[in-house]
Design a protein around this ligand. Structure first.
Ligand SMILES: NC(=O)c1ccc[n+]([C@@H]2O[C@H](COP(=O)([O-])OP(=O)(O)OC[C@H]3O[C@@H](n4cnc5c(N)ncnc54)[C@H](OP(=O)(O)O)[C@@H]3O)[C@@H](O)[C@H]2O)c1
Length: 215
């Protein structure tokens, strides 16, 4: 069995951050849950501990300390906040895996705010040049985390990145969360993954799907 890894989840109070925390607490991980307002995640910690008393999970009130301690950092924040977050954690995220889950949607969900020749993940990699940015969980809706198996089949969760070892580590993490990890390609494949989720969100809104239409 591999050594326990520590994961800092930034934005743990949010819809995705809390779903990811709940799904990973059963794995061989120590979770450091971070929020700008730590009081917002007390209920989440309570919920996790009441379903899994052995969960190794803590509130961290300092992003920088949590990222310093972590092996893996999950940026569960809106695309618009990634730059500010990167500034705060840059020094302590060197050589670490940083997972970008963001979909850089415009306000009306009619398009992406990133240029066609880049993606949220690639922009985060530019801001954190010494980290290993991996795209994951952007094509899974938050609701999928409690229903990661549909018709007895695990939902596919796509991953993209440039570092082979980091892709393997994130595949294991995605699998622990209950999904079927599928490596889509190098980090620039995030352009396709982010556009795919835009299309899924648009279709879900248009045809009134159940917000489980991922992967
Ligand atoms: N919702 C989905 O189904 C879904 C699916 C796939 C991908 N995503 C992506 O997941 C990300 C989060 O979406 P969400 O739906 O979970 O949004 P959300 O519920 O609004 O949560 C976002 C979290 O980000 C934190 N945050 C905002 N600005 C921050 C900053 N400058 N520094 C640190 N933390 C900051 C906030 O936490 P505090 O204010 O408490 O610190 C908030 O809890 C987005 O990039 C979205 O595109 C969402």
């Amino acid at each position: 069995m591999r050594t326990k890894q520590t994961i800092a989840i930034i934005g743990a109070s949010g819809t995705m951050g809390s779903a990811i925390a709940k799904s990973l607490c059963k794995g061989n991980y120590k979770l450091l849950l971070c929020s700008k307002e730590p009081g917002k995640i007390e209920t989440l910690i309570h919920d996790i501990k009441s379903t899994n008393s052995l969960a190794d999970v803590e509130i961290s009130d300092c992003f920088k300390e949590a990222c310093w301690e972590a092996d893996i950092i999950i940026a569960a924040v809106p695309y618009a906040s990634e730059q500010e977050l990167a500034e705060r954690i840059k020094e302590v995220a060197n050589q670490k895996i940083v997972i970008s889950i963001a979909n850089p949607l415009n306000e009306t969900y009619t398009g992406l705010i990133t240029a066609a020749d880049t993606s949220a993940a690639e922009e985060l990699q530019k801001l954190l040049p010494h980290s290993k940015v991996i795209k994951a969980f952007n094509t899974t809706f938050a609701a999928d985390f409690s229903t990661a198996v549909i018709d007895r089949k695990k939902i596919d969760a796509f991953i993209a990145g440039n570092d082979e070892d980091a892709l393997e580590t994130v595949s294991e993490l995605v699998s622990t969360a209950g999904f079927n990890p599928v490596i889509a390609g190098v980090l620039s494949a995030s352009r396709t993954l982010e556009n795919t989720q835009l299309m899924l969100i648009q279709s879900t809104r248009k045809y009134n799907y159940n917000w489980l239409a991922a992967g």
